[in-house]
Design a protein around this ligand. Structure first.
Ligand SMILES: NC(=O)c1ccc[n+]([C@@H]2O[C@H](COP(=O)([O-])OP(=O)(O)OC[C@H]3O[C@@H](n4cnc5c(N)ncnc54)[C@H](OP(=O)(O)O)[C@@H]3O)[C@@H](O)[C@H]2O)c1
Length: 277
């Protein structure tokens, strides 16, 4: 689907590390924007920035764990602009921890923000996209959803779910107008990864590398324009490893361990536990 000036884009996690790059890119394309975040402290400043550049936008502090607020978000988009062309499910929450040490509330938060909310928001925009015979839903997943790194159980589960949800959405709706793409980044120099690195002093394994946020933005735009099912964003090519792991799970698990992703999160936990708060 070609992104045209005036198209309406609903973006969650708008003021997050990667989110701000999406906002600026969509604003440059002349789209109208509905920006959501929670707690959303930086949202208004971001909106003022793009409005100065002439971007028509609305911002909403929206706790995506709450269905009423999700409904309100899409109602706001439709009341204000009358259509939704693109939904980018970008908001995400991650806790690096032993799974048994997470609270039930933290696990519920990860499930709600990373998986339940993208599904419910997609459900809410699909009738409009079907009526328009046009629309694209972009789900920002993660390589964690493909590889299951250590200390990422809830996060990896939601991202794997998001990848499967996207594939299923495509199978159902692609010929009806709306489509969907999963974007699968490895480590990105922004947001979650940058904070973890700053907090613990631990960097991503050199064998995996770190992508700039612009690479994720470009992938999202390409996915919409080319109707891509799934784009993996990582400096090192990882699809061969994923294919190998699918064929030989035990050997794949061994290689994944050697590449160092598990160790990155392991070291981050050790560092976090020994750093004075
Ligand atoms: N950074 C990476 O290395 C990396 C790698 C792979 C995938 N990803 C994925 O990329 C996406 C963006 O990640 P990021 O690194 O930019 O994360 P981030 O900086 O932590 O931003 C997360 C965004 O989600 C919003 N949010 C959190 N809880 C929310 C809730 N309950 N309701 C509504 N919004 C909520 C935050 O709002 P506030 O702005 O108000 O805080 C923020 O805008 C996520 O889906 C993440 O899983 C990131």
């Amino acid at each position: 689907m070609q992104i045209k000036p005036g198209n309406v884009v609903v973006l969650t996690g708008a003021s997050g590390g990667i989110g701000v790059h999406f906002v600026r890119a969509f604003a440059r394309l002349g789209t109208r924007l509905v920006l959501a975040a929670y707690p959303g402290n930086d949202l208004q400043a971001l909106r003022s920035e793009i409005e100065k550049e002439g971007c028509d936008s609305v911002d909403m502090i929206c706790d995506l764990r709450d269905n009423q607020q999700r409904v309100k978000l899409i109602e706001t988009a439709l009341d204000r602009f009358g259509r939704v062309d693109v939904l980018v499910n970008n908001a995400g929450v991650e806790y690096t921890s032993f799974f048994h040490e997470l609270t039930e509330a933290q696990i519920a938060e990860v499930l709600a923000v990373n998986l339940e909310s993208p599904m419910m928001l997609a459900r809410l925009v699909l009738p409009t996209m079907l009526a328009q015979k046009r629309g694209h839903i972009v789900n920002i997943a993660s390589l964690a959803g493909k590889s299951g790194p250590a200390f990422q159980e809830s996060y990896a589960a939601t991202k794997a779910g998001l990848i499967a949800f996207t594939a299923s959405l495509r199978s159902t709706y692609r010929t009806e107008g709306p489509s969907a793409s999963a974007i699968v980044p490895g480590f990105v120099e922004a947001g979650i990864y940058s904070r973890l690195k700053a907090k613990t002093g631990v960097s991503a394994p050199a064998l995996l590398g770190v992508s700039p946020p612009e690479a994720v933005v470009n992938a999202v735009l390409r996915a919409i324009e080319c109707d891509s099912p799934e784009l993996i964003i990582n400096p090192m090519p990882v699809r061969p490893l994923l294919a190998f792991t699918a064929l030989f799970p035990r050997a794949g698990e061994w290689i994944t361990e050697k590449i160092g992703a598990n160790n990155f999160f392991r070291k981050a936990i050790q560092q976090d536990k020994t750093t004075p708060k």
